[in-house]
Design a protein around this ligand. Sequence first.
Ligand code: AMP
Ligand code: ZN
Length: 467
Amino acid sequence: MSSDAPVLKLYNTLTRAKEEFRPLDPANVRMYVCGPTVYDYAHIGNARPIIVFDVLFRLLRHLYGADHVTYVRNITDVDDKINARAAERGITIRELTEGTNKIFQEDVKALGCLEPSVQPRATEHIAEMIALIEKMIAAGHAYAADGHVLFDVPSMAEYGRLSRRPLDEMIAGARIDVAPYKRGDMDFVLWKPSKESEPGWDSPWGRGRPGWHLECSAMSWKHLGEVFDIHGGGIDLVFPHHENEIAQTRCAFGHEAMANYWMHNGFLQVEGEKMSKSLGNFVTINELLHTENFGGRKWPGSTIRWAMLSTQYRQPIDWTVERLEESEDELGGLAGLLEGTISRLGVPSQAFAAALADDLNTASAKTEVRRLEKIARTAASDIEKLEARESLAGCLALCGVELTEHFVKSTLGPDEKLFIDSAIEARNAARAAKNWAESDRIRDELAAMGVALKDNKDGTTTWEVKR
Ligand code: AMP
Ligand code: ZN
C-alpha cells in the first residue's frame, strides 16, 4: 500500500463498531459474500449486496493491488426452493440453475460488477461439506439422528455472539421448526435425507443433501481457508445464516473466528417495506435493464448502480423512479463533461478514496464528485479544468461506473459540439450578468437544434440531445 493511501475502516457487525481494517495477509486479502440461490430472477434488492461488495472489492484492489485480493461469491444451486421450482416448470434442477445463473451473471455484469475471483457452486463441494460434518462430530459439536446430522447448539459457548439475540428469542424462533430427532430446540440441520425424487449424494449418514448454512462454511474453507478477513451479505443473513456459519466453521477447526470482519448491507425498500419475493413488491434487475416495467422506460446499468450508491450501504434505501431519474441526470451531466475529452484516466481524488475508505461512504463520495464537477466546469484555468476531469474519470472508475451508455452526444459532429459548448459558456456568462433575455435567446436557439439544456442545483448547465 502506498503511504498516501487512506486508512480503510469498516463497520464490523461482530463488534458493532467501525474498525480499522487489518488483513491477515496483505498479500492476499480474502473476502466471502453469500451469493444467490439460483431459482429465479434476482430482484433489485438482491443486487444491493452484489453492488456494495463489488465496490469494496474494487477498493481493496486499489489499496492492496489487483493481484492481492481474493473475492469469493458462491452460487447456491442446491436448495428446496430450487427443487420446487424445477418440478413446477417440469425441467431438471441443472437446467433451472444453469439458466438462472446465466441471466444472473449477465445482469450483474450490466450493473458494472467485476467477476469475483471464484464463484463456487454448492453442488461441487459436497465432499468438503461431508468432511466438515465429520470434523464437527469428532469434536463433539454435531450428532447424527434419524438420517439427519444436527449441530449441537448448546455445545458452543459463544453461540449467538454475532447476532446478540437473547437466548429465549432464539429458542422461540427455533421452536417453529421442531423435529423429534433434535436434541435441543435450537439445533440446526447440517445434513438431511433426500427422497428418491430429490437431489441427493451418498454420505456416511445415507443418501441426502446439505443444509444451506453448511454450504457457505464448506465453500469459504475450500477457497479462503479456515480463517479469513471479510464475510458479507444482507442484514437478514445475520441470524440464523451467519450465526450458524460461524458455529460450524469455528467448531470444526477450533479457531476463535471464522472471519474477522462481518459486514451487512441494509435493506432496499419499497414504500418502507423490504423488497422481497414473498411480499410480491419486487422488480427484477432484468426488468429494469430490459423492459419498461419500472418508470415506463429501460434504465442503463450504470444509472442503476449510481442510484444504488446514493445511500451508504448500511442505511435503508428507498427504490424509486425519482432516484433513478436523478442518477440518470447526474451521469448525463458527467458524460457531457467527460466525453471525448479524457485521454487518460486520472487518479481518484484523495477525498473520494477517503470517503470510500470510511466504511464505503458512497454518499459522501458523491459529494466529492459534485465538487470536482464544479471545478471542471468553472475553474479559472484550463489546466485545472482538465485535472478535475481526469480526476473525475478516476473516481468513476474506482467505483465501477461506466459512462458509455450516457455518451448520447457522440452522434454529434465535432463542430456541432464546439458550437454547443461555446453557446453554453456564453449563456452562463449571460446568466451570471443577470441578462435573462440573452440567456433565454441562447437556450431557444439550442432547443431549435434539438439540444435540451438542464440547469441543475449548482446553476451549472448540462445538456442532452433530443432526437
Ligand atoms: P436471498 O435470495 O433472499 O437469499 O437473498 C440474496 C442476498 O440478497 C442476501 O445477501 C440477502 O440479504 C440480500 N437481500 C435480499 N433482499 C434484500 C433487500 N430487499 N435489500 C437488500 N438486500 C437484500
Ligand atoms: Zn452464506
